[in-house]
Design a protein around this ligand. Structure first.
Ligand code: SAM
Length: 198
C-alpha cells in the first residue's frame, strides 16, 4: 500500500500541494489528533528542535485550528474525526460550524491513559448523510479509530491523517488497507511511524 506523507510544519504549502496532487477530487474521510493548547504547541516545537536540530515556526492554537478547518473542508469529501482536548474543543467546533461545507458537528468524550478524558469531534461534510456517531462515546485509546475503520472499510479508500506522530493511527489505517495522506512535523517521529508499517 502506497501512502502520501510530507514532513514539516502544518502551515507549509507542501502539505496541501501533496493532498491536491494525489487526490484532486478529495479524500474520503479524515481521522487525526492534532496538538492542542499553546503550551502543547511550544512543547512539540522544542521536542522537534531536540530530536532533529531543526527550529520550526511556532504557531498559536488559533492559527493551527484555522489551518485544520481549511485543510479539512477544502480537501475532505465526507467526514472528519478530530481527537481533541475537552477544554479547548469549543473553539474548534465553532470554527467548523462557521464553514458552509459543514453540515453537522457531534461531540463525544472518550478516555485515554490514567482516566484522563479527551474528545472526538465528528464533522459531516458536503453531501454525506448525517450518521449518529454516539457509538464513539466513552471509547478508550485506539478503539474509536478501529470502530470507524470497521464502519468505513468497504465504502471508503483514502484517509487524511494530518499529524502522523509515531504512527499509531497510521499502523491501524494501513492494516485496514486505507491509503493514508498526511504530514508530520518531526522527522525522527515520522521515521518511527514509517518503520511501523514496513
Ligand atoms: C498527538 S501527536 C499525533 C499522534 C499520532 N496520531 C500517532 O498515531 O502517533 C501530535 C503530533 O503533532 C505534531 N505537531 C506538533 N506541532 C506541529 C506543527 N506545527 N505542524 C505539524 N505537526 C505538528 C507533533 O510532532 C506530534 O507528533
Amino acid at each position: 500500500m502506497k501512502h502520501f506523507i510530507t514532513q514539516g510544519n502544518i502551515t507549509n504549502k507542501r502539505v496541501e500541494e501533496n493532498i491536491k496532487k494525489n487526490f484532486p477530487n478529495g479524500i474520503d474521510f479524515c481521522y487525526t489528533d492534532p496538538p492542542w493548547g499553546n503550551g502543547n504547541l511550544k512543547y512539540w516545537k522544542t521536542i522537534n528542535k531536540k530530536a532533529t536540530n531543526f527550529n520550526s515556526d511556532l504557531i498559536t492554537q488559533n492559527e493551527l485550528e484555522i489551518k485544520i478547518v481549511n485543510l479539512i473542508t477544502e480537501n475532505v469529501i465526507n467526514y472528519a474525526f478530530i481527537i481533541y482536548g475537552v477544554s479547548v474543543a469549543n473553539s474548534l467546533i465553532k470554527k467548523f460550524k462557521n464553514n458552509p461545507k459543514v453540515k453537522d458537528v457531534q461531540y463525544y468524550e472518550k478516555k485515554y491513559a490514567n482516566n484522563f478524558k479527551n474528545c472526538t469531534i465528528c464533522v459531516t461534510l458536503n453531501e454525506a448523510p448525517i450518521i449518529d456517531f454516539s457509538f464513539l462515546k466513552d471509547t478508550k485509546g485506539l478503539q474509536s479509530l478501529k470502530l470507524i475503520c470497521e464502519k468505513f472499510k468497504d465504502k471508503y479508500k483514502s484517509v487524511l491523517e494530518l499529524f502522523i506522530g509515531i504512527g499509531y493511527y497510521l499502523k491501524v489505517l494501513h492494516k485496514y488497507n486505507f491509503v493514508v495522506v498526511g504530514n508530520e512535523l518531526n522527522n525522527a517521529r515520522l521515521n518511527k511511524a514509517i518503520s511501523k508499517i514496513e
